[in-house]
Design a protein around this ligand. Structure first.
Ligand code: HEC
Length: 478
């Protein structure tokens, strides 16, 4: 069997795809990314004033040997601060807090990663799913016929979404995309459900179901497709679609969620070019799993990575740009070092966003650090979590947010009596926006904006409000 086409379009944003293997790079990736970024995105406010106290970016890890065109494709932060890094070449590295890599496995190609119950799963090539437990990787599953794989995990269950773009090279048939499931602690059950004539390119869990997206299984034209479900039961959900012409395909590139929201990013590609050329895309969000709102639309570039960090949405693009969402719209972070594609984003902790790149030389990780530079003496009389914020949360928020039976607990869990200072600080710190304090979900939800389940728990301008606000202005110290 030949999988060249599959590889070319695999995760079709796998515009990196198999082409990034050094032995196979004649078609693409020794050159700059194929997006022509000549057209500005129709994101309305990229001209908004630059953020005042910008974050700093620092080089963290550069893959060696550097392979031109290789990208960091996905990231899973580990509890101790290390991060598992999947590279498009198939290298699976654990990179420690000092940026030192330990190569754990080298498989043919890696698409995406999924994590559950301390195990990490990697979607490989040729229908393979690899499993990491401890620091050892083993082959967990190989689909019999469908080589394109995306993995997702939900509460210990692992899902393999397998598809084949176009027709089977042997039979000439179009093969339906299949869902295989490995229940927690059990064995793989192949093909528990079929998703029909689609290719699946992204998947992620959200609350009680897994979401999987892709495109029509077409080499010529079609729209984005989105499903969710568990086990054998899957439902298709309509996603806003770009107006695609002949030889244009709109593909889901990423799915990401917080307890209360799900985001789906898409890319429009011109299928006539090899490798495919990205000509646009969008990011859509939903709170009810049925209706979507478009939060960003791109022209001449495509969103290919998503993260929730500092209480807001971050979007990385194929042309190497990074955006975050403000109440006024998407803001570009122009201080990000030049690169050939922001392929992976992951929030490591309250201060640090991990950014996986196709760097100018090869696969790279950059850190976005929002903490004030260490050489600046912190001003005296800072508003702190322990001294100032905790009493406000105790009085105003714990009635719902420390009650495991309340919906507010799932959305923003605080310990009973706020006794777990570290966990409570981290949960609270995750919901602030240091750049634009008033945009922080912590403040907006507290006063009843954005449909807060608890209504207005504190009044805008009250002393409780100014305490929370000043804490964020002070960079949210512990
Ligand atoms: C009467 C119950 C109640 C009270 C009191 C309450 N909340 Fe909530 N809160 C909820 C519920 C329910 C949700 C989930 C739905 C939603 O997102 O609004 C929620 C969600 C949130 C979220 C969004 C979490 C996320 O990341 O998705 C934040 C932030 C939040 N609350 C902050 C606060 C703060 C700060 C206070 C105290 C000043 C507070 N809440 C008081 C019920 C409450």
């Amino acid at each position: 069997m030949k999988f060249r086409l599959v590889c070319t379009l695999a995760l079709a944003w796998g515009i990196v795809g198999c082409n990034s293997k050094p032995s196979d790079n004649n078609t693409s990736t020794t050159t700059a990314p194929t997006t022509s970024n000549t057209t500005a995105p129709p994101i309305s406010n990229t001209t908004a004033p630059p953020v005042s106290s910008g974050p700093s970016f620092a080089a963290y890890y550069n893959a060696t040997p550097a392979v031109l065109g290789e990208a960091v494709i996905d990231l899973v932060p580990l509890p101790a601060g290390d991060v598992v890094v999947a590279q498009s070449s198939g290298a699976l590295n654990r990179v420690d807090v000092n940026g030192q890599p330990a190569l754990e496995a080298a498989v043919g190609y890696v698409g995406n990663l999924a994590e559950t119950n301390g195990s990490i799963f990697a979607a490989g090539e040729l229908g393979q799913v690899h499993e990491r437990s401890g620091a050892a990787w083993t082959l967990s599953y190989t689909h019999a016929t469908l080589p394109q794989v995306v993995v997702a995990a939900l509460n210990g269950d692992v899902y393999s979404f397998n598809s084949l773009l176009g027709t089977d090279p042997v039979t000439g048939q179009v093969l339906p995309a299949q869902v295989s499931q490995r229940p927690s602690g059990g064995a793989w059950a192949p093909d528990v459900a079929s998703l029909g004539n689609v290719q699946i390119t992204a998947a992620a869990p959200w609350n009680t179901t897994v979401w999987a997206g892709g495109s029509d299984n077409s080499l010529t034209t079609g729209g984005p497709r989105l499903f969710h479900g568990t086990g054998a039961t899957w439902t298709e959900i309509a996603l806003p679609a770009a107006a695609v012409g002949t030889n244009q395909l709109e593909i889901v590139t990423r799915i990401m969620s917080t307890p209360t929201k799900l985001w789906v990013s898409t890319m429009v590609i011109d299928t006539l070019s090899t490798p495919a050329v990205a000509i646009g895309g969008a990011v859509h969000e939903t709170v009810d799993g049925a209706t979507f709102t478009t939060v960003a639309a791109f022209n001449g570039d495509s969103p290919i990575s998503l993260a929730w960090h500092e209480g807001t949405l971050f979007v990385g693009t194929l042309a190497g740009r990074l955006f975050h969402e403000e109440p006024t719209g998407m803001i570009e972070e122009t201080a990000l070092p030049a690169n050939l594609g922001v392929f992976a984003l992951a929030s490591r902790d309250a201060q640090t966003l991990l950014i996986g790149l196709r760097g100018n030389a090869g696969a790279e990780l950059v850190l976005r650090n929002s903490a004030p530079p260490a050489n600046q003496a912190p001003p005296a009389n800072l508003t702190t979590y322990a001294g100032d914020v905790r009493p406000v949360l105790m009085a105003r928020c714990t009635v719902c947010h420390s009650d495991a039976a309340n919906a507010g607990f799932i959305a923003y869990p605080l310990s009973v009596g706020l006794t777990d200072a570290t966990a409570d600080y981290n949960e609270t710190r995750m919901r602030v926006n240091l750049v634009t304090p008033d945009a922080s979900p912590l403040l907006r939800k507290a006063v009843g904006l954005d449909g807060h389940g608890g209504g207005a728990s504190i009044a805008q301008g009250s002393s409780d409000y100014t305490t929370l606000q000043q804490w964020i202005v002070d960079q949210a110290p512990q």
